[in-house]
Design a protein around this ligand. Structure first.
Ligand code: GLU
Length: 474
C-alpha cells in the first residue's frame, strides 16, 4: 500500500471534510467517527503435524443500528488499522444506502494460496468459533460476508459452524451472508457489487450535468473503461458494462501485468485465461502494457479500481488521466490523492456509494433468512395468471375487431412470467443505487461548500447516523 497516512486516517480526513459542513455537536461527531471496539484473536490450528498460530480481527465501528455488518477479508496484509478503516466505511455505506446495519469488518492475516481447501476449512471454522463465542458472529448482532480472499465457500463453513454451536437458533442462517444459494444464500449476491457499479454508472449518465462535470458527453455506449482487478467485483462490473451498456473494456490491470486493446477486451475469455494461467500474461489478441506499474495512468474515459486500497496515492494521482473514477474497491484513492484529483476536476464516484451493492444484497439475503422464504415464492404464479388473463382479454378484443392485430410470441414470453428472486433482487438493488445517487446529487447541487460526490456521500451518511442518535435521545 502506497499511503503516507494510514488507511483509517485517510477515512477520517474524508469524514472531517463533510462533518465540518454538518450542524452537529462536537461530542456526537466524535462518537460517530470513532471505532467502538476491535477484537483481536490469536488462535492455533494443528496443520501438517504442527500447531500454526493465526491472527484475526473483527472491528465494530458503530452499533447505532444492529446487527453490525461487514465482510471478512483473508490477506497477508490484514492489520488492525485496515479493518478499522473498512469497518468505518461500512457504517457510512450502510447509512447512505438505507441498509439498517451498523458497520463492522473482519480480517485474517493469511495467504489463502498457501493452504489446501481442507486446511482453509479448518482455519475458517476455528476463526469463526472464536468470533461466535463472543457474539461477533450472530444473526442479531454481527453478520459477516465475503470480502477480498473469501467467498461463498468460506461463508458456508461459517454458517455451518454457527449452526453446530447454536443448533436451536431458528434464525441461524442469518448469521452470515454471501452463502451459496443451496445453503440459504440469495440469487444475485455474487454479482451484486459489480451489478451495483453498473447501476451507479447508469444513474450517473442519466444526468447530463454530472456527465458534463466529468468533461464527458453522451451515454455509457462506446466509453473506454480501464479496470484494475478482475476479481469478483471487477469482473462482474466489466462484464455487465461491456455486454449490456456498450462500454469498451480497453485495459485490464492485474497483479502480474496489464493488457490493452482499443477495440475492447473479452472479459469472459480473459477471466477464464486468468483462472487457467494464473494471470493476464500471454492472453492472445491484446497488447501487453510495457510498464504495468503505471497502467492506471493510461488514457480512458472511466477508471474502475476494483482491487484494493491505496492504489491511487500522492505519488501517481497527478498522472491519472481518467476524467471519471468509480471506486469499486474500498479506499482505492487516498485522502491526499483525492485532493490532487479534485484540483484536476476529476469526478470520483466514491467507494461508500459505488460498492454498496454487495451489502445491499446482503441485506436482502438476511431478510430472506429471517423470513425463511425465497423472494417471489408467493407472488410469482399469481402475477403470471394475471398476465395470462390480460393476454386473453387483448386477444378477445382483437378478435372482435376482426383480428386486426395479434400479440407477438416474444412479447408474450417477455411479459408472461411473474418476478422471481433474481428479478426482485436486481430491482431492489437498482432502486437502492438510484435513490442513494439522487440523494448525493441533491447535496452536491444544493449545499454550499460541497463540490464533490465523496463529500456529498459522507454528508448524507453522517446526517442519517446523527438523526438515528437524536431520535433515541442521545
Ligand atoms: N465486503 C463487502 C463490502 O465491503 C460486503 C459486505 C457485506 O455484504 O456485509 O461492502
Amino acid at each position: 500500500m502506497s499511503q503516507t497516512k494510514s488507511f483509517s486516517k485517510s477515512v477520517d480526513l474524508m469524514f472531517d471534510r463533510a462533518a465540518d459542513l454538518v450542524d452537529i455537536s462536537p461530542g456526537l461527531r466524535e462518537k460517530i467517527r470513532v471505532c467502538n471496539a476491535t477484537y483481536t484473536t490469536r488462535f492455533g490450528v494443528r496443520l501438517r503435524g504442527e500447531i500454526h498460530t493465526f491472527i484475526g480481527y473483527r472491528a465494530v465501528h458503530s452499533e447505532h443500528m444492529e446487527p453490525v455488518k461487514g465482510g471478512i477479508r483473508y490477506a497477508p496484509s490484514v492489520n488492525q488499522d485496515e479493518v478499522e478503516a473498512l469497518a468505518a466505511l461500512m457504517t457510512y455505506k450502510c447509512a447512505l444506502v438505507d441498509v439498517p446495519f451498523g458497520g463492522s469488518k473482519g480480517g485474517l492475516c493469511i495467504d489463502p494460496g498457501d493452504y489446501s481447501t481442507e486446511e482453509l476449512e479448518q482455519i475458517t471454522r476455528r476463526f469463526a468459533a472464536e468470533l461466535i463465542k463472543r457474539d461477533l458472529i450472530h444473526p442479531a448482532q454481527n453478520v459477516p460476508a465475503p470480502d477480498m480472499g473469501t467467498g461463498e465457500r468460506e461463508m458456508a463453513w461459517i454458517a455451518d459452524q454457527y449452526l453446530q454451536i447454536q443448533p436451536t437458533d431458528i434464525d441461524a442462517k442469518a448469521c452470515v451472508t454471501g452463502k451459496p444459494v443451496s445453503m440459504g444464500g440469495i440469487a444475485g449476491r455474487t454479482e451484486a457489487t459489480g451489478r451495483g457499479i453498473q447501476y451507479a454508472l447508469r444513474e450517473f449518465f442519466r444526468d447530463s450535468d454530472d456527465v458534463a462535470r466529468a468533461g464527458l458527453s453522451g451515454s455509457l455506449d462506446g466509453k473506454r473503461i480501464l479496470v484494475q482487478g478482475l476479481g469478483n467485483v471487477g469482473y462482474h462490473a466489466a462484464k455487465f458494462l461491456s455486454q449490456q451498456d456498450g462500454a469498451i473494456i480497453t485495459t485490464v490491470v492485474e497483479r502480474d501485468g496489464a493488457v490493452t486493446a482499443e477495440s475492447g477486451i473479452d472479459v469472459d475469455a480473459l477471466r477464464s485465461w486468468i483462472h487457467e494461467n494464473g494471470g493476464v500474461t500471454g492472453f492472445p489478441g491484446v497488447e501487453a502494457v510495457a510498464s504495468p506499474e503505471t497502467a492506471l495512468e493510461l488514457e480512458c474515459d472511466i477508471l474502475i479500481p476494483a482491487a484494493t486500497e491505496g492504489v491511487i496515492h500522492a505519488g501517481n494521482a497527478a498522472r491519472i488521466c481518467a476524467p471519471l473514477i468509480i471506486e469499486a474497491a474500498n479506499g482505492p484513492v487516498t485522502a491526499e490523492a483525492d485532493q490532487i484529483l479534485r484540483e484536476k476536476n476529476c469526478v470520483i464516484i466514491p467507494d461508500l456509494y459505488a460498492n454498496a451493492g454487495g451489502v445491499t444484497v446482503s441485506y436482502f439475503e438476511w431478510v430472506k433468512n429471517l423470513s425463511h422464504m425465497r423472494f417471489g415464492r408467493m407472488q410469482r404464479r399469481e402475477q403470471e395468471a394475471r398476465n395470462e388473463r390480460i393476454f386473453r382479454e387483448l386477444e378477445a378484443l382483437s378478435e372482435s375487431l376482426g383480428n386486426a392485430w395479434a400479440l407477438s410470441e416474444s412479447f408474450r414470453d417477455e411479459f408472461r412470467a411473474g418476478a422471481n428472486e433474481i428479478d426482485l433482487v436486481r430491482s431492489g438493488l437498482d432502486d437502492t443505487m438510484r435513490k442513494a445517487f439522487q440523494e448525493m446529487r441533491a447535496v452536491l447541487q444544493q449545499k454550499d461548500g460541497v463540490s464533490d460526490f465523496r463529500t456529498a456521500a459522507y454528508l448524507v451518511a453522517i446526517e442519517k447516523i446523527a438523526e438515528s442518535y437524536r431520535v433515541r435521545g442521545h
